[in-house]
Design a protein around this ligand. Structure first.
Ligand SMILES: [Zn+2]
Length: 91
């Protein structure tokens, strides 16, 4: 498991370390021992961010979907009925 120390006072700060499974997932500097921030292998950044913020993302998506539906209903109610342009359909 890869991780990095997030203790600003630590000489190992932001240095990526590989901790074997079963060992304490903490900084290898004995004077620090801070819990490591886990890093994921695949392209880290975005996937990690999504994992950490999936609840927030879920709320945002839900709000967008609900907002979209409400807006659609409001617009559909106010807008005049759109008649299909029949002249396009040519035999
Ligand atoms: Zn450390």
């Amino acid at each position: 498991m890869k991780g990095k120390c997030v203790n600003l006072d630590c000489p190992e700060f932001d240095k990526i370390v590989d901790i074997p499974d079963g060992e304490d997932f903490v900084c290898q500097n004995p004077e620090c021992g801070h819990k490591l921030h886990e890093l994921t292998d695949e392209s880290g950044g975005l996937m990690e961010w999504i994992k950490e913020h999936k609840i927030l993302l879920g709320i945002i998506v839900a709000v967008l979907v609900i907002g979209g539906i409400v807006t659609w209903f409001l617009l559909a109610k106010d807008a005049p009925l759109v008649t299909a342009p029949t002249d396009i359909i040519v035999e």
